[in-house]
Design a protein around this ligand. Structure first.
Ligand SMILES: *Cc1c(COP(=O)(O)O)cnc(C)c1O
Length: 384
């Protein structure tokens, strides 16, 4: 099995597609053409790799966790996406999309954000490339994430509070899509995960492939050839997970996505359409999309990228969930055993490794998607 292109309709098995109003079809098609062309142009790929290296700090290392491994009886390796500029994997995708937007002759970016991490990353790429940027953010999140709102403004972006619906991420995506339709002439929609209408789930995966490709070579070096037994990552929309999975899809490694118990789209959802894609989705009996709820704002997305639904449906990847209490314990555990304060999102993957008895004696590669500086205030309230 390889991770190849979706069908021309943007399907991964039964999932994905392009469920958008007529007015957005042309914009998606233009983007698909531009990305297809750019991704087969060595000069674009060179430029992408150069910015990832000189600006974002790639390659990120793989760290062997000696003390944590001893504690758990599991050999734990971490792929250190927390060490990238802006503190997470998100920079890979935004640099790719911003460079593509420039190549398409667009001067403006629009983005959605929940906790503010994707908004900050997009504002960063916009500043780097001299582009205008507007970020839609639910009014509730604007309130909760004041520091990231200030960061985006500092970077020169405009932040617009979304007052519709539940005033959170789901509504911010809808507003950003609406803005894009109206301004598509000079504006690119920089979507933050492997979700949305075709070509986004495919394109965003391609920009995050670098995580898995680097990790495959680094693990091979550390392990003297061969791969880890298990590769795991947290899953919100699913971009950091698909990035690391893509390096191991053709191996024997078990692939495990970890969702928050309060937002388990694959584990607790049913197939449905949201934000232009068909995928597993948390919804009630009337088909209303449910709010996801977890301790980490970055995983509060009610859906999941369609390729994850596909990987689950064919059994290539499995999806598990962990509770907020387990996540808090894992946040402390990694801090104390390795001197690495993880993002609460990433702590989900650590929590599963710490809990799962079948991992004893195995080698597990965890994608540490981000650093925890942004979460220390919240944890200070909880852990005192
Ligand atoms: C945004 C974010 C996530 C969730 O997004 P995915 O698309 O599921 O990767 C996970 N970890 C961190 C650190 C994030 O900032």
């Amino acid at each position: 099995m390889t991770m190849s292109r979706p069908t021309p309709e943007g399907r991964f098995g039964d999932f994905g597609g392009r469920f958008v109003p007529e007015s957005l079809i042309a914009a998606c098609e233009e983007l698909e053409r531009a990305f297809t062309e750019a991704w087969s142009d060595p000069s674009f790929i060179d430029e992408f790799q150069r910015v990832l290296c000189d600006y974002a700090g790639r390659p990120s290392p793989v760290t062997e966790c000696h003390r944590l491994s001893q504690r758990l009886g599991v050999r734990v390796l971490l792929k250190r996406e927390d060490l990238n500029h802006t503190g997470s994997h998100k920079i890979n995708n935004v640099i790719g999309q911003a460079l593509l937007a420039k190549r398409m002759g667009k001067s403006k970016l629009v983005a959605e954000t929940g906790a503010g991490q994707h908004g900050v990353a997009t504002a960063t790429a916009a500043a780097l490339l001299g582009m205008e940027c507007k970020v839609y953010m639910g009014a509730v999140d604007v309130e909760r994430q004041a520091l990231n709102v200030f960061r985006m403004k500092l970077l020169g972006s405009d932040v617009e509070a979304v007052m519709s619906g539940s005033r959170t991420l789901k509504d911010a995506v809808n507003e950003a899509l609406r803005h894009w339709v109206a301004a598509v002439e000079d504006t690119h929609y920089c979507l933050g995960s492997v979700m949305g209408p075709h070509p986004y789930p495919w394109m965003v995966r391609e920009f995050h492939r670098v995580i898995g490709e680097e990790a495959r070579a680094q693990c091979s070096e550390i392990l003297g050839g061969g791969e880890p037994d298990v590769v795991t990552a947290c899953v919100g929309g699913g971009s950091n997970a698909i990035g690391i999975f893509s390096g191991f899809i053709d191996t024997e490694a078990q692939l495990v996505g970890v969702e928050p118990a309060g937002g388990a789209a694959v584990g607790g959802g049913v197939p449905g359409v949201v934000h232009g894609m068909l995928s597993y989705l948390k919804q009630d009996e009337d088909g209303q999309v449910l709010e996801a709820e977890s301790i980490s704002a970055g995983l509060d997305y009610p859906g999941v990228g369609p390729e994850h639904s596909y990987l689950a449906s064919v059994g290539r990847a499995t999806y598990v969930s962990v509770t907020d209490d387990e996540v808090v314990a894992a946040f402390e555990l990694l801090s104390r055993t390795e001197g690495i304060i993880p993002a609460l999102e990433s702590a989900h993957a650590i929590a599963w490794v710490a809990r799962e008895p079948s991992l004893k004696g195995k080698t597990v590669l965890v994608n540490l998607s981000g650093r925890g500086d942004k979460d220390v205030d919240q944890m200070m309230d909880i852990l005192g």
